[in-house]
Ligand binder design. Sequence first.
Ligand code: DAH
Length: 350
Amino acid sequence: MSYKNKQIADTAQVLKSEFDSIKDKPAIMRSTTLKALFDAIKTLPPEERAAYGKEVNELRQELQRWIDGTVAADNTIEALDVTAPYDANTPLEKRPRHLPSEFGSIHPLMDELDHILDIFYRMGFEAVEAREIDDDYHMFGSLNFPEGHPARDDFDTFMTTEKAADGKPLVAPAHTSTMQNRVLKAGKSKLENGEPIAVVVPGRVFRNEDVDARHEHTFYQLEGVYVGKSITVGNLMAVLKTFMTEYYQKDIELKTQPFYFPFTEPSFEFAISCPFCNKEGCHVCGEGWIELLGCGMIHPNVLKEAGIDPTKYTGFAWGVGFMRMAMIKYGIDDIRLFQSGKLEFLRQFS
Ligand code: DAH
């Protein structure tokens, strides 16, 4: 860091040169050298105090960072921001003002994800991260979509022109269900030891969607997979109800209707009672219910494909768009805001 005020710049230089040899580093913060800089504030003409005070504080923060070890004390070369929108030789005073990184915050969606995972950890689930590039087998084949089946078209999947080793294109996963086969295979030994497979899989997914306030081409899902002995639809509903109630901190009712997914049998579309109006109908839900996710009992063919005997074990799975969940929770009316990079949106959550 470079300081404009000579006294501050000189003090910084002295403290830097001595830093390594000082044993009691935290004592630097109480040192007379630093105190003298602060004491000098009172002696300055009022119009100079603010700028001077700001620099002294910056020095104090810099010293604290050295002491905390977050920045190497001997790092006297200013870091070069290679992403900066100007030539590195542009003089300081001509550079556009940078947004200071200390005002950054965790993206609201990642905050929500942490919160969601925390609920599932408490329910005994583990988390596995999804992939952002996958193959035809994990997107379709392992999930009981036969070759050429029309259900493949429901997923508007982006594919590469390049072919993978199986002669088929690679895919940008259109759902986190691409991870099911891997999670089931990896958990097989657990079942043999008498434990269930209980895994949630957050991931970024991609679809060739017409983008509008409710649809994004790139969005986030959380897959859930649970397999064990004598698992039924009742277990599925209990897990999802517990989760939704915990997430919205309200007593949530569930409604399901039959649906079709090749990888579950039976399959359901799942709606929750609107957490805002208690089913009376409002601008968030329309008629009191909000459709939120797809779920069902894992198809025997999907279990078999992963080497699990469907006559011994059963399980359920679901996939939920958690952007949608967060939109409902915070009354966000446009899904595009999440990835817009708009600071006025992001700052509401910082
Ligand atoms: N993959 C489905 C989708 O994106 C959602 C889904 C439905 C996931 C049923 C599941 C499931 O695991 O069992 O539309």
